[in-house]
Design a protein around this ligand. Structure first.
Ligand code: DGI
Ligand code: FE
Ligand code: FE
Length: 201
């Protein structure tokens, strides 16, 4: 895909190279799988394929940064200090988006928000947010029990795929006695328990 120049001054090949520099070969392969999947979902559901490509290529940009760097930014840049009680799993998207903005010059708020939400989701998600959240889960390199079902749902109903992923991720985290970030619970309450059950929107 050729980029228009609207969201990044880099050509796709240049952006790919910048991302690749910051991660293992294995993770870069995952990123390319997310991109391919995100572009297909964008085409199917009528989102910008270019934004899907850029958000997918950069979603895990910060994943291999040291904890100290995230902690420094959380202390410095006005984040909720409760974030310090979590780790890379939560930081690399939520805080990583600011590194994408600063270091790669991507300022499009929709792309940055899709990066921020890609791990936890959110009660409020745009079409692009859902595409990146789901593509990250079902890209061709993923192999875990339930991924086939998730892939099938993504072809039929993106919201159902969001709900499926959220429920199974939460189950997995609870099984491993991992700390649950409040936003992950908000995502569950909205997408799994049900939009209809919301009284205060
Ligand atoms: O970065 P990826 O491995 O491609 O995928 P990801 O960003 O969706 O997820 C990173 C990890 O974060 C994954 O193992 C699931 C985990 N995670 C998602 N929500 C939470 C969480 N971990 C904790 N501790 N708490 C959460 O609420
Ligand atoms: Fe991630
Ligand atoms: Fe990822």
């Amino acid at each position: 895909m050729d980029f228009s120049g609207e969201y990044t001054t880099f050509k796709r090949e240049e952006l790919m190279q910048k991302v690749q520099m910051h991660m293992s070969e294995r993770r870069f392969k995952h990123v390319l799988g997310v991109e391919e999947t995100a572009i297909a979902l964008a085409a199917k559901y009528g989102a910008s394929e270019e934004k899907a490509s850029i958000a997918a290529l950069t979603h895990d940009y910060a994943k291999e940064r040291p904890n100290e760097e995230f902690e420094m930014i959380i202390l410095r840049d006005g984040y909720d200090q409760d974030l310090l009680n979590y780790g890379n799993a939560i930081w690399h998207g939520l805080v990583g988006a600011s590194m994408v903005q600063r270091e790669l010059g991507i300022n499009d708020e929709e792309i940055l928000e899709a990066i921020r939400l890609h791990t936890t989701g959110g009660a409020k998600m745009s079409l692009l947010d859902k595409i990146i959240y789901v593509a990250d889960y079902i890209e061709p390199g993923r192999d875990f029990p339930g991924v086939k079902e998730a892939r099938e749902l993504a072809l039929v109903d993106l919201d159902e795929a969001v709900a499926y992923e959220t429920k199974h991720t939460l189950q997995h985290l609870i099984e491993k006695e991992q700390k649950i970030y409040p936003k992950t619970i908000e995502t569950y309450n909205y997408w799994v328990v049900g939009k209809a059950a919301q009284i205060n929107p």
